[in-house]
Ligand binder design. Sequence first.
Ligand SMILES: NC(=O)c1ccc[n+]([C@@H]2O[C@H](COP(=O)([O-])OP(=O)(O)OC[C@H]3O[C@@H](n4cnc5c(N)ncnc54)[C@H](OP(=O)(O)O)[C@@H]3O)[C@@H](O)[C@H]2O)c1
Length: 329
Amino acid sequence: MTFQALLLTQDGGATQAAVTALEESALPADGDVLVAVDYSTINYKDGLAITGRAPVVRKWPMVAGIDGAGTVLESAHPRWRAGDRVVLNGFGVGETHWGCLAQRARLKGDWLVKLPDAFTAQQAMAIGTAGYTAMLSVLALERAGVAPGDGEVLVTGASGGVGTVAIALLSKLGYRVAASTGKTAEADFLKALGAAEVIDRTELGKPGKPMQKERWAAVVDSVGSHTLVNACAQVRYGGAVTCCGLAQGLDFPASVAPFILRGITLYGIDSVMAPMARREQAWQRLATDLAPDRLRAITSEIGLSGAIEAGRRIVEGGMRGRVVVNINA
Ligand SMILES: NC(=O)c1ccc[n+]([C@@H]2O[C@H](COP(=O)([O-])OP(=O)(O)OC[C@H]3O[C@@H](n4cnc5c(N)ncnc54)[C@H](OP(=O)(O)O)[C@@H]3O)[C@@H](O)[C@H]2O)c1
């Protein structure tokens, strides 16, 4: 039997992407659960893989898609049975193991999370790795003791996937949110999501002083580089910053000053290899703390044939919110 997949191949060092019919027998043998994928999504990392802009893919050919939601068809894993609804985020899927921008995926049962009853497969992929990482970031701030009454929380990369979900979550939890964006024309959209204030990202994107006026109780950053450095320099005494992304850059040209003079803490957030207990906690909290109308407001839907163009758009910083891929459309 054949299935449709977004296949990535290499030709003279360049990545080629095409929707292709593949034989089910070609699926990787090192998986104990066969999943009918209903929805996937385009994360920043999917964009990097599809365009070949960064060495995300480690084995060729590769089926793209780091996220998937669907139904178990066959299982040799004790935890899963045919008919179970599951979500997959990361674990190297779409990088070293064939991914979920495909009608079929053979995955390891140890990687799967039960789809919370609160969500459809479409909603789970509207959240995707970006939204689950936003939740991991909020959980890290909570563990750091940051409470809603402490002051404003800055969210950088505000109009992106991590940023929009972080704004929706933090505002629902009662935090006052400041959104930093390059798309100031989207200020009304960001305010409707829950931002109390919108700032132009150029304020944060250039080299700044190592210690600046204390402004934020905490920061959720998905941008890195000078933006993360300036955010740290503006965090109040004892505050916390989470760091998960590199949309501006992989560099961190910082001073230790805010760490040793204001006692601030920087938390690294990794979604790919996060332990199962933390994943399940994040998905349960998303089910209670993410308002469905806000999720709807940030989501647009495409078919598998639109995934290549969406991958190009996200690495160019042109995406607003989250894009889900209806695999069977
Ligand atoms: N550590 C992890 O496990 C993990 C998990 C998920 C994502 N990530 C990373 O987090 C980042 C965001 O992912 P995403 O899916 O949210 O991507 P996204 O939807 O493309 O959002 C990134 C946002 O960053 C801003 N941005 C883009 N280029 C910029 C630049 N040159 N300078 C400053 N800001 C810029 C844009 O927002 P504005 O236009 O509003 O400024 C953009 O929408 C990516 O680097 C991704 O790889 C990491």
